[in-house]
Structure formats: structure tokens, C-alpha cells
Design a protein around this ligand. Structure first.
Ligand code: VG1
Ligand code: CO
Length: 542
């Protein structure tokens, strides 16, 4: 029986860069998630009898949220829900399952790289039938709907058993509990040369994959350890835990320090990799060599043809605006276009659907391709393994060779987390107001060539997205970007993205922070970060 429940709207159910993300305690308020899900269903058309994919990263409140979503999907008239066993589906696996089963869309429960647990963060996001994050016109419609919602509909039914594979029913709707790994592992097998990678491991190549107690554990164990023979012990922190073991499931040098320390030691493994809460991010480290995500995208683009799924080459590259220009240099050499999009994977969808881009990436440890419509952590790791298996060089050699051919884009991101929101907004507004006055000014020895506020015109649907980050270009080719995060749940996070190109081979081995020191100073002084936020240094440097 369908129950119609009276409700009142909450303020601020507005999806950010990647879905609606709030503290668990916010989601636990009565009607909170229900309002959002009803707002979503009210914004969609013609899904009667269709299939919906549901799964999440296993964090605290995942199972409760999934039961609510399933009962509401049944009340809304979906014909079938496919849900990952245990409520588990990594974000890229959800994208894969949506596409493979030609679902109407999918609901992913995750706050990605944000901390989990009772006092951590939770999130919900909707993906459309191409497998990718809902575009802005959909998320805007959901937001508008949640502002006026007065009732929602939910099936009065028992919770379904998420831990047993197979089919049950909620009302008239079929619920199929599926193996969360199977479809995804099959897709990976079709893209990469598993035999070559197996030979690589058999030859003594060693790796460590840090699943950070998050969703990729089961995927990595099945694919790396079992299918590819990397051997037990390859996967660290492989069991998904509701609080990620108290860690921050963000694969970067700060939060995956244990892995990095291992790789920086003389007798460490050949390759280290890590993924985030929901499995869409990746970090790649060779012995003694961290690979920046921007370089990883460029190297993958330059070598993708070595993997069977990309043997005919790539149609184009897409990168988010703050990502370094390293990929642009590869695109130029390959004679393909490199598209520059706002931050967030949703902007890649149209380019991928239209066949304009094959590989995409973001500086925030996100890489992927047209195989799904999300960034994909394990995909990037397998791509690296495939490249290493063919080239039989070390990660450090491949990176050095890449810089020799293309030059090196020194790159770093400095984050100021949990700063006062009003101060952060004022800082950005002030920079915006000064854009026209900047060209020609000399700061700390560098001359500003131009400055703007990034706007994107989608070449496929013509939509325009403005205010996507302030860019300051210098005459020597250096670039600074200022942007406020759209995924945080406390205060504001100011991100500074710094980049300098170095063609001189003799200067390819500088320490990144040293190489960018002058630019860092400019970036702090220009908007007077310390004066405005009281912060003399960033909280995270990657
Ligand atoms: C961050 C990253 C962005 C990424 C987004 C979602 O957004 O900068 O590149 O797409 O997280 O990633 P923001 O607005 O905080 O800068 V995930 O792995 O959290 O879905
Ligand atoms: Co993520």
C-alpha cells in the first residue's frame, strides 16, 4: 500500500558539484531524504515501469537510505530496482550498471571522499540514463521542487534483505539484489589486456592498492588479486567500513600517507595506487615518483592506444579548467581537441556522448573515459598497469620520458578548508571586481597577461555555465586559479590551483613547491588571503 506523507520543505536541498552532500545528522532528520527523493522523482518524466539502479559506498546510513529509496521508487511507479548486494555499488560501477542494463537512471548514496561515520558526511546523487551525473537543468529542477514540497509517497513494506542475491518484490516493483562487482569486472576485462597484466605480475612486478576502507576493496580484490594474480596482500584496507576506519577516504598525499611512505622507500613496491570513498578517484605513485593527476591524464592520453579498448586512438581529451595544461600538449601532438570544462564530472557527459572526447580528467584525482560516464579509480589503475605491462619501464621512467617529450607542467593545489563563508565570498567578489585592472600589473617579478572568470559554453546543448573560477594568466605561461569548493559541508573551502610550465630538461627535477614558490606568494598576496581569512597557510597541499 502506498502511504502519502505530509511534509514541509527544508532549506538548501541544492545539489553541489556532485550531488547533495550534508552531515549524516542532517540526513537523519525526519523527511529529509524523502523530500529530496520525491523532489527528484517529481522532476523526472516517463519512468513508469522503468529500471532504477541503487547503491552506495557503504558509509554510515547507506542501508537506511537505500531502504527508503527502494520503497519510494516502488510508490513512484518504477518497474524494477537493481541494487548492489549489501547496498554496495561504487560510483563507476553504478554508471556501468545503468548503461549495461539500459536503466532509466540511478541513485548513488555517497559523499565520495568526505569522511563517513555517524558524525561524518552523507550524500545522494542522481545519474541519468547515459550513466552520468544529472546535468544542471535536472539538479536545478530538483532544487526548485524541494523548496515547495508538501507530501511524498512511500510504499508501506518490509525492508528488503540486501544481503541475499536474487529477486524479491516491493508492491508491484521487482527488486533484484545483484553482485556489485560482476558487470564492472567484465567491462574492465573488455578494455584492458588482462593477459599482459597477468604476465607483468608473474614477472615479479609488485603493487599496493589502498582501498582506504571504502568501496573499492571488493572490486580491487576481485580484479587485481584474483583475476590478475597480483597476489594476496596487494590490497590494503580492503574491507568497506561504515566510518572508513575513522580515516578520510581521499586518495592524496595527506590522507594516503602510509601508502606514499611505502612507495618512497627504496625497497617499496613498483606501483602504489589508492581510491576514494566511492571509488571514482585514483592516486598513482611509482617507486620514488608521485604522479600528479594532471600528468596522469596526459600520460594516459598519450599511451591509451596500448590498451585494447583504445587501440584505434582517442577522439579527443577533456579536462576540467583547473587541471593543468599537460593534456593540451598531448592533444596538440595527437592532432585532437582538448576541451576545457568547469569542475565536476557532469560537464564531460555531453562530450563523451557525442564522441568528441575519449578520455577525461580532473586535477582532483579523477580520470576516466567513454567506457562509463563517471570518473573511475580502478580504471585508471588498470590503464597504468596495461601501459606498464606493454612498455616494461618503471613509472618514474615513463613520467620522465613524458616530460622530455612534452615539457613539465609544475602543478599544485592549495586548499583552505572550513574558512568563514562570508569572508570567502567577499574574497572572490573582490577579485572579480578587480579583474579588469590586473592585466599589465607586475607582481613578485611576474606580469599579468590576462584575468577572467571562467564560463563554459557547452558545445552540444548550448547551455552556459558562469562563475566557474577566477583565472589569472601570466606572460611566462604561469596560471593561477581561485575557486570555492562545491562539495564541502562546513564553512567554505577556498582552492588555489597553481601551474607553471617548464620546457628546460635540466629543470625537470625540482621540488614542486620550490618550483612554484614565487607563484604561491603571489596567489596569497593578490587577494590578501591571510588578512581576509586569518589563515597564513593552507590546510591541505596536494
Ligand atoms: C571536488 C573536486 C572536483 C570533483 C568533485 C567531486 O569538487 O574539486 O574536481 O569533481 O569534488 O568528486 P569541489 O567543488 O569541492 O572542488 V567526488 O570523488 O567527491 O564525487
Ligand atoms: Co568520489
Amino acid at each position: 500500500m502506498i502511504r502519502v506523507v505530509a511534509t514541509t520543505p527544508f532549506e538548501g536541498q541544492k545539489p553541489g558539484t556532485s550531488g547533495l552532500r550534508k552531515k549524516v545528522t542532517v540526513f537523519q532528520q525526519p523527511h529529509y531524504i524523502e523530500n529530496f527523493v520525491q523532489g527528484l522523482f517529481d522532476s523526472l518524466d516517463a519512468f513508469e515501469g522503468e529500471t532504477l539502479i541503487v547503491g552506495g559506498d557503504g558509509r554510515y546510513y547507506n542501508r537506511e537510505a537505500i531502504q527508503i529509496v527502494i520503497k519510494m521508487a516502488a510508490a513512484a511507479g518504477f518497474g524494477r530496482v537493481l541494487v548492489g548486494k549489501g547496498g554496495i555499488l561504487s560510483t563507476p560501477a553504478a554508471s556501468c550498471v545503468i548503461r549495461k542494463h539500459e536503466a532509466f537512471g540511478g541513485i548513488i548514496l555517497s559523499a565520495s571522499h568526505n569522511p563517513g561515520g555517524e558524525h561524518g558526511d552523507f550524500g545522494i546523487k542522481y545519474n541519468i540514463g547515459n550513466g552520468g551525473p544529472a546535468p544542471e537543468h535536472v539538479t536545478d529542477a530538483i532544487f526548485e521542487r524541494t523548496k515547495t514540497i508538501r507530501e511524498y509517497r512511500i510504499m508501506d513494506a518490509d525492508d528488503i534483505d540486501l544481503d541475499t542475491l536474487g529477486i524479491t518484490r516491493v508492491g508491484d516493483m521487482v527488486v533484484d539484489v545483484i553482485d556489485p562487482v560482476e558487470d564492472y569486472a567484465e567491462l574492465m576485462g573488455s578494455l584492458f589486456d588482462f593477459d599482459a597484466i597477468r604476465d607483468l605480475f608473474a614477472s615479479g612486478f609488485t603493487m599496493r592498492f589502498d582501498a582506504m576502507s571504502a568501496v573499492t576493496g571488493p572490486y580491487a580484490s576481485a580484479i587485481l588479486e584474483e583475476a590478475l594474480g597480483a597476489g594476496p596482500g596487494t590490497v590494503m584496507h580492503g574491507e568497506p567500513l561504515p566510518d572508513f576506519g575513522g580515516h578520510h577516504p581521499d586518495p592524496n598525499l595527506v590522507h594516503a600517507k602510509e601508502l606514499n611512505d611505502l612507495l618512497m622507500s627504496q625497497d617499496g613496491p613498483d606501483l602504489g595506487a589508492a581510491s576514494d570513498g566511492d571509488g571514482d578517484r585514483n592516486m598513482i605513485i611509482g617507486r620514488g615518483r608521485f604522479v600528479t593527476p594532471s600528468d596522469s591524464l596526459a600520460i594516459i592520453a598519450a599511451n591509451a592506444h596500448l590498451a585494447p579498448g583504445y587501440k584505434d586512438g582517442i577522439a579527443g581529451i577533456a579536462r576540467s579548467m583547473p587541471t593543468s595544461g599537460a593534456a593540451d600538449r598531448v592533444a596538440e601532438k595527437l592532432g585532437v581537441t582538448c576541451y576545457e570544462t568547469p569542475t565536476g564530472w557532469k560537464f564531460f557527459g555531453n562530450l563523451l556522448d557525442a564522441g568528441l572526447a575519449t578520455v577525461c580528467g580532473e586535477e582532483s584525482f579523477g580520470t576516466g573515459s567513454n567506457h562509463v560516464r563517471e570518473k573511475d579509480g580502478l580504471w585508471a589503475v588498470l590503464m597504468w598497469l596495461n601501459i606498464l605491462a606493454v612498455r616494461r619501464q618503471s613509472v618514474a621512467e615513463i613520467v620522465a620520458g613524458h616530460w622530455e617529450t612534452f615539457g613539465r607542467n609544475y602543478y599544485t593545489r592549495h586548499d583552505y578548508e572550513e574558512v568563514d563563508s562570508a569572508a570567502a565570498d567577499a574574497l572572490m567578489a573582490d577579485l572579480r571586481a578587480r579583474l579588469d585592472t590586473l592585466p599589465g600589473t607586475v607582481i613578485n617579478g611576474l606580469t599579468v597577461e590576462s584575468a577572467d572568470d571562467f564560463a563554459y559554453n557547452d558545445p552540444i546543448d548550448g547551455s552556459v555555465t558562469t562563475k566557474q573560477g577566477i583565472r589569472v594568466f601570466f606572460t611566462d605561461g604561469s596560471r593561477l586559479v581561485y575557486r570555492l569548493s562545491g562539495t564541502g559541508t562546513a564553512g567554505a573551502t577556498l582552492r588555489l590551483y597553481l601551474e607553471r610550465f617548464e620546457a628546460d630538461l635540466a629543470r625537470h627535477d625540482l621540488d614542486t613547491q620550490d618550483a612554484l614558490a614565487a607563484l604561491v606568494q603571489i596567489a596569497r598576496d593578490l587577494p590578501d588571503i591571510e588578512g581576509r581569512t586569518g589563515r597564513s597557510a593552507p590546510t591541505v597541499i596536494t
